[in-house]
Design a protein. Structure first.
Length: 383
């Protein structure tokens, strides 16, 4: 048996197992559309915490949408993290006319903190709600979003609820890359297992992390992950690790975000968290690159360079990957046509992984939102 034939057989087996898990898992994730927005007799106060640094492009639309939220007991805590554009003035102007809003201005970053994590921690310290909603400054919410999310959290008795947004991406290449990113993210995190207390799988998304305040504080909150660039996912891990219940629902009908506006923004944006996602372990980063290439990219290339049984096996693998991409596109309200860009998008993703890891190691750290953080310091905050 040749190496390429053996590789095809192994890749086929892995893709079948992973594919079945992924399709079954996506079906297990409930839609927020199916949740009745009926609140319990006791309506818990929700504190929405919005950190922002240089978000003048999107924050106006995001805050305008938040003002239309129909949840009856809401406070909005806006944290301006050392912005040097119009973000602070936009926040102040909107908050002036809304008694539910308060603005916190951060002028200095304490040692040993990432800027966003510090902003979230300060916002949580100001919060009076039983529930804390950590979100981003570019999220556009539908009026019933929080009402539905709270109804689900209370009825299902969970401590941490994640809601997935619809990702707005201009052009053609960006949505293709976004679909590829979603598939790879789902394969590695298995978010549908987050609700299983016996599973180590966990989930967290910066767009919508709704947490019971007492659970958040019992875990140590963002102080425990103060140097994690992947703070949203690690918040989920922190909560799950401390024995609290967690779940995820799909909410693309109720929430949207402009993920990135250009390919260049994608490349720069992922510099901060792809190496962090493997806890800065070079062998894991290298292993991830090899696995992605051999299991997902090589089968497409093999159609050009192999013959006979090996080509047919790789054709079957490609068919499975396409089915998985279609399933992922449907779950995230994306066009199925974006599937055709998968080989190119995956090659770009692999290159980003290699580039990011190399930059982090060569520079000895990461630069995020204008601040440099040393790798040696970042490595010390493992969860």
């Amino acid at each position: 048996m040749t190496f390429t034939l053996a590789l095809a057989l192994a890749a086929l087996l892995v893709n079948i197992v992973v594919g079945i898990d992924l399709i079954r898992g996506n079906r297990m994730i409930r839609s927020l559309q199916a949740v009745e927005p009926v609140l319990p007799a006791h309506i818990p106060r929700v504190s929405v915490i919005v950190p922002a640094r240089n978000e003048e492009r999107n924050i106006g639309a995001a805050l305008a949408a938040m003002q239309q939220l129909d949840y009856p007991d809401l406070e909005l805590i806006l944290v301006n993290d050392r912005s040097d554009d119009a973000t602070a003035s936009i926040m102040d102007a909107i908050a002036k006319d809304d008694p539910r809003m308060q603005v916190v201005h951060v002028t200095e970053l304490p040692a040993g903190w990432l800027g966003k994590n510090n902003a979230l921690w300060l916002g949580a310290a100001r919060a009076s709600g039983e529930l804390l909603l950590f979100t981003d400054a570019d999220i556009v919410m539908a009026p019933s979003l929080i009402r539905r999310a709270v109804a689900y959290l209370v009825s299902e008795k969970v401590d941490h609820l994640v809601v997935t947004p619809r990702m707005e991406m201009p052009g053609r290449l960006l949505p293709m890359f976004g679909l590829t990113f979603m598939l790879v993210f789902a394969m590695f995190t298995r978010p549908w297992k987050a609700r299983d207390p016996k599973s180590r799988a966990h989930i967290g998304i910066g767009a919508f992390n709704l947490v019971r305040a007492e659970s958040y504080r019992a875990c140590g909150g963002h102080e425990a992950i103060r140097l994690r660039p992947d703070d949203d996912l690690k918040l989920g891990k922190l909560i799950k690790k401390n024995g609290f219940a967690q779940d995820i629902v799909a909410g693309p009908d109720f929430m949207s975000v402009e993920w990135y506006s250009t390919v260049g923004e994608v490349v720069r944006g992922l510099e901060k968290n792809t190496f962090a996602g493997v806890d800065y372990r070079l062998w894991m980063a290298a292993g991830g690159v090899i696995v992605l290439f051999l299991l997902l990219l090589w089968p497409f290339l093999a159609l050009l360079f192999t013959v006979g049984a090996t080509r047919y096996l790789n054709l079957l693998i490609v068919a499975i990957i396409v089915l998985l991409l279609i399933n992922c596109a449907d779950a995230n309200k994306l066009s199925r046509w974006y599937v055709i860009g998968f080989p190119l998008a995956l090659a770009l993703f692999i290159w980003i992984l290699i580039r990011t890891t190399t930059l982090n190691l060569v520079q000895g750290g990461i630069t995020w939102r204008g601040t440099f953080y040393r790798l040696a310091e970042l490595k010390g905050n493992r969860i």
